[in-house]
Design a protein around this ligand. Structure first.
Ligand code: GMT
Length: 379
């Protein structure tokens, strides 16, 4: 199949999922065309069947806002015609589903039929999409998609609660390539980060408000009072500076390492003992799954799709949002005793296997085939 994938090319989970999906589909013989405004960060190698087409938005001083949707839909039209793309898979409804629908209509006008699969990722529904300023356009473009998927049961429920959706939503959970997360302790260079007797606690995110970054620092503050530990803070975002200041105020700056954005997530997770994800909401929590795949147990909140990923008392623990004392106690429970830590590490790995890329990607292939069949009959 020739598949066009539209996504955000940044470090956010939706872009990562879209990229990993495209790469796996290409290994399975499909021709993949990524169409976005810059090369996705996890897309390192282009090949015969992995292509990247950049969307340019020419600056024009009259425009207060440059019209990305317009440029994207025009690019989609051109790429579908040039490469014979058979199906468009758009990740994140805003504005991708909307732009894809426009492209579909322009193509239909020329007798070319291309169905659209829209995958909802979370904030396109829970935080941004349901805002009254966007809601009519988001509702319209979800309803006009030929197939709609969501990354968790929880996100499906939220979508049905917040929007008037007439389409079936199929849950296809996010996935992980377990082969990429085979931790080999000797490769990790753990010694560069901490002493042997110190536990390594890690947080990875784009450090926006929704991630509750101050809680990461506060939980770690409580951990390091009980046992020797270091905190690895990975990612960039508006809450990072506040976190640096809070660490300083609490007198733990020497124990907190800020990495910025990293393409070496596997290496960082390889030497981590515990992952903190105290988010206010999380449709799935791909970062938690990546941690678990590297045998790192997870202390998270119990909101959104997190309970579908992290199993309380098994792969880690779940707490209410902002329940810092509870999260700290759970973290210490896991970290204090090596035997307990090793049990949780093994459980985390075992739980991650439920999201094996080889079991999930065929679900998308089946959706493409079914959607193509239905769409071509209907048109
Ligand atoms: O969480 C973020 O800040 C990034 C965001 C995105 O849109 O890329 O992540 C969302 O999609 C991920 C992939 O499906 C999910 O794992 C995240 O849970 C979800 N984030 C939220 O719901 C806050």
């Amino acid at each position: 199949m020739k598949i066009g994938i539209v996504c955000y090319p940044t470090f956010g989970g939706s872009g990562v999922v879209a990229t990993e999906l495209g790469l796996e589909l290409s290994k399975r013989g499909h021709e993949i065309h990524f169409i976005t405004y810059s090369q996705p960060v996890r897309l390192e190698l282009l090949s015969n069947n992995v292509h990247f087409h950049e969307v340019h938005v020419p600056e024009y001083s009259l425009f207060h806002y440059q019209p990305y949707e317009l440029a994207l839909s025009s690019k989609l039209v051109d790429m579908v015609k040039l490469h014979g793309i058979q199906i468009l898979h758009v990740h994140y409804a805003i504005p991708h589903a909307y732009a894809a629908y426009m492209a579909q209509q322009m193509l239909l006008d020329e007798g070319i039929q291309v169905p659209i699969v829209t995958t909802l990722h979370g904030t396109d529904i829970t935080l941004v999409g349901s805002h009254p300023f966007y809601k009519p356009a988001v509702t319209f473009s979800i309803n006009k998609s030929d197939a709609v998927t969501s990354v968790s049961e929880s996100l499906k429920k939220d979508t049905l609660r917040l929007f008037n959706i007439k389409k079936d939503i199929e849950v296809v959970p996010n996935f992980i390539d377990l082969e990429k997360h085979v931790s080999s302790f000797t490769d990790c260079q753990r010694a560069m980060m901490a002493e042997d007797h110190e536990r390594i606690v890690t947080h990875i995110s784009n450090m926006r408000e929704v991630k509750q970054i101050p809680d990461v620092i506060k939980v770690f503050y409580n951990i390091q009072k009980e046992l020797p530990a270091k905190l690895m803070m990975v990612g960039e975002g508006p809450e990072k500076e506040g976190a640096e200041l809070l660490a300083e105020e609490l007198g733990i700056s020497d124990k907190v390492i800020f990495f910025g954005n990293s393409n070496e997530i596997d290496r960082i997770l390889c030497f981590s003992d515990l992952f903190l994800l105290p988010s206010q909401t999380e449709s799935f929590g791909l970062a938690a799954l990546e941690a678990m795949a590297s045998s790192v147990p997870v202390i998270s909140t119990n909101t959104g799709g997190l309970p579908e990923v992290n199993i309380d008392g098994y792969s880690g623990y779940l707490s209410d949002v902002n329940a810092v004392a509870d999260m700290s106690a759970n973290a210490i429970k896991i970290l204090k005793n090596l035997e307990t830590l090793n049990t949780f590490k093994a459980n985390a790995k075992a739980q991650s296997k439920n999201f094996d890329i080889h079991n999930i990607v065929p679900k998308y292939e089946a959706i493409y085939e079914e959607t193509l069949d239905k769409f071509l009959v209907a048109n």
